[in-house]
Ligand binder design. Structure first.
Ligand SMILES: Nc1ncnc2c1ncn2[C@@H]1O[C@H](COP(=O)(O)OP(=O)(O)OP(=O)(O)O)[C@@H](O)[C@H]1O
Ligand SMILES: [Mg+2]
Length: 315
């Protein structure tokens, strides 16, 4: 079943085209990792998809509703974790959850249970009666996520939930996403961290300058840039190995030696590793093998010529 979609959506702020004919279809059960640098239009895409802001052209659907404003019934199927943390600092964690559960019309026993479960889900049960003003950034974020879950939404949207938080909170969040995924929840998740997307996304959507420039599974995207394979082999005595023989193995393009490490670049899918290893083993011992696989960061770099995020000023 289709959960949400955008067709030819254009959104402008003044002369700035922030969404430039965006097409996107999200099916039930998908975990979509939306990747893009600062200002790519990720938050604007989310705001458009959820009917929070108007747009100039195109069409958006949400649970079959064709046009914003969407029905309340359908809006309530969404759990939105916005980029800015929205919780009440002067209410306890539990009171925050009770408030949001109340907004979604939960009452009595159901409300009590869902608040309890949401606290457990993000690992904050032991802080239920504490005020978030004393929480770390990561704990505030976890509470913020819990607030979006009490009504058990079918579609969860998280806008950069892991920026600038401690590794423990980050793990809690990623584990929570995995549990939600197992329960069949559909998730749209934006991030600058490609490791997260590689760990949890069933499909990756890459955005740059208001356009979706590529989408597919992590493997599909990596295959599009995989022209060669690189393998590094640590050996006992590189000097004993006849390099010209290595160079003539089928598929091998280049052989470099650095101390006792041999680096071999081959054409993609050469399947020549066995041959290379037996050649080396005839002359020296093999201590270790490392294959350098391209990752999503390389895909992004190849597509846009840019790093996914500025390395400066971030962890
Ligand atoms: N309310 C607004 N008024 C004017 N311009 C806006 C507004 N919101 C966003 N923009 C502009 O739209 C572009 C896309 O912004 P958006 O916040 O969607 O990017 P993003 O991909 O979410 O970036 P980030 O990773 O920094 O969160 C930017 O150029 C931004 O300056
Ligand atoms: Mg944003």
């Amino acid at each position: 079943m289709m959960i949400a979609s955008m067709q030819g959506v254009v959104k402008r702020y003044g002369s700035n085209i922030v969404l430039d004919y965006v097409d996107l279809a999200i099916d039930e059960g998908e975990i979509i990792g939306l990747l893009g640098p600062n200002g790519a239009g990720k938050t604007t895409l989310i705001q458009t998809l959820t009917g929070m802001i108007p747009f100039e052209k195109g069409q958006v659907t949400l649970f079959g509703d064709v046009k914003a404003p969407f029905s309340n019934k359908n809006k309530e199927k969404i759990g939105l974790v916005t980029q800015e943390i929205t919780i009440f600092e002067e209410l306890t964690a539990k009171e925050n959850l009770q408030f949001f559960a109340g907004v979604y019309g939960l009452k009595g026993e159901e409300k009590k249970n869902s608040v309890q479960e949401a606290l457990e889900f993000v690992g904050l049960s032991d802080r239920a009666n504490k005020m978030p003003k004393k929480f770390s950034g990561g704990m505030k974020r976890r509470l913020n996520i819990a607030c979006a879950l009490t009504h058990r939404p079918r579609f969860i949207i998280m806008d950069e939930p892991t920026v600038g938080i401690d590794p423990q909170s980050r793990n809690y969040i990623l584990e929570a996403v995995k549990k939600l995924r197992e329960e069949g929840t559909t998730i749209l998740y934006t991030t600058h961290y490609m490791e997260e997307v590689q760990a949890i996304a069933s499909r990756v959507v890459i955005m740059d300058q208001g356009q979706i420039i590529k989408e597919g599974t992590v493997d599909e995207l990596i295959k599009t840039i995989q022209h060669e394979e690189k393998v590094k082999i640590d050996v006992t005595d590189a000097g004993q190995i006849p390099l010209n023989k290595l160079e003539s193995v089928t598929g091998v393009k280049q052989v470099n030696v650095d101390g006792n490490q041999i680096m071999i670049i081959s054409e993609a899918n050469s399947g020549n590793l066995d041959r290379i290893l037996s050649l080396i083993k005839a002359h020296a011992g093999v201590l270790g093998i490392q294959a350098d696989k391209p990752n999503l960061e390389d895909v992004f770099l190849t597509l846009t010529g840019k790093q996914l995020r500025d390395k400066v000023g971030e962890e």
